[in-house]
Design a protein around this ligand. Structure first.
Ligand code: ADE
Ligand code: ZN
Length: 322
């Protein structure tokens, strides 16, 4: 029998990346959306990516099926059921409002649909949850500002802001103003950096955006002074091993730099990113790295404990989890 999954927090999870083909087809039918795939098998066969952009193209296209509050609530509910089975006790969930408002879905529909399902997460699944609103870095700084203002009536639903989408050529400094506004509103700040983009983007995210965590952060290893800073300041890195292989940031799981990151004293956590597309949810990532990287039980327990250390929890809740 497989071992019981370690209790853990998931800190890098795009809710739109949990859209399984079966739910995509069900929502397409309900909403009268035609998908350019005949079957779920045909759609799954398209999940072969050469880089981040080739994934993003499909990821955004498939979102066309998400239209109503109920759709967003159903998406969350399906994720929570899977997460609970994978040992998740706390989840900080990203969403991409601009990918929906650009299709004419009001931001209130998105946030209230997600939040409604999250309201029941503790009682129904034993998972505490937070929402993190991400800005698309391949859109303009002005678009991010307009999105933030449109979200203002719903900010009580949100614990932080993040930055995602196509990284190369879109440095964090584009988003200085919107991250300042988020800080003024008392929100936490995180950013994807050093996934495909250079180590300088990690430094910029820390210095210009004031982020508290770095999502991915793999390429920090190219800058020894940055590694020393991240280790000294205990800046968490939300690493996503299966994603890194599927998006070809890393050739093979056995070559993943996670052991080097741990050896450098970095506060690493393990997460699933877009589990429907990358072949596994968070405990599947733990299982895969245990085997490919030959990690011992103590290291796996430390990685799970790190997820609670890095979470936006108050000290009492953190203490209860650790
Ligand atoms: N949006 C969803 N998944 C992403 C990833 N891995 N990198 C950047 N943006 C994303
Ligand atoms: Zn991500």
């Amino acid at each position: 029998m497989p071992a019981k999954p370690l209790p853990k927090a998931e800190l890098h999870l795009h809710i739109e990346g949990t859209l399984e083909p079966e739910l995509a087809f069900a929502l397409a039918e309900r909403n009268g959306v035609t998908l350019p795939y005949a079957t779920t098998e045909e759609l799954r066969r398209a999940y072969s990516f050469k880089d981040l952009q080739s994934f993003l193209d499909l990821y955004y296209a498939l979102m066309a099926v998400l239209r109503t509050e109920d759709d967003f609530a159903e998406l969350v509910d399906a994720y929570l059921a899977r997460a609970a089975a994978q040992g998740v006790r706390h989840a900080e969930i990203f969403f991409d409002p601009q990918a929906h408002t650009a299709r004419g879905v009001p931001i209130g529909t998105v946030i209230e649909g997600l939040a409604r399902a999250l309201d029941g997460s503790e009682t129904r699944y034993g998972i505490s949850t937070r929402l993190i609103m991400c800005f698309l870095r391949d859109e303009s700084g002005q678009s991010a500002l307009e999105t933030f203002e449109a979200a203002r009536p719903h900010l009580h639903r949100i614990c932080g802001v993040g930055l995602d989408s196509a990284e190369v050529g879109n440095p964090p400094s584009k988003f200085r103003e919107v991250f300042q506004r988020a800080a003024d509103a008392g929100l936490h700040r995180v950013a994807h950096a050093g996934e495909e983009g250079p180590a300088e983007y990690i430094t910029e995210a820390l210095d210009v955006l004031g982020v508290e965590r770095i999502d991915h952060g793999l390429r920090c290893l190219e800058d020894p002074a940055l590694v020393e800073r991240l280790a000294r300041d205990r800046v968490p890195l939300t690493v996503c091993p299966l994603s890194n292989v599927r998006l070809r940031c890393v050739d093979r799981l056995a070559d993943h730099p996670l052991p080097a990151m741990l050896a450098a004293g970095l506060l690493v956590t393990v997460n699933s990113d877009d589990p429907s597309y990358f072949g596994g949810y968070v405990d599947d990532n733990f299982t895969a790295i245990r085997e490919a990287l030959r990690l011992d039980d103590e290291t796996l327990r430390m990685l799970a404990a790190n997820s609670f250390r890095a979470a936006f929890l108050d000290d009492r809740a953190r203490h209860d989890y650790l």
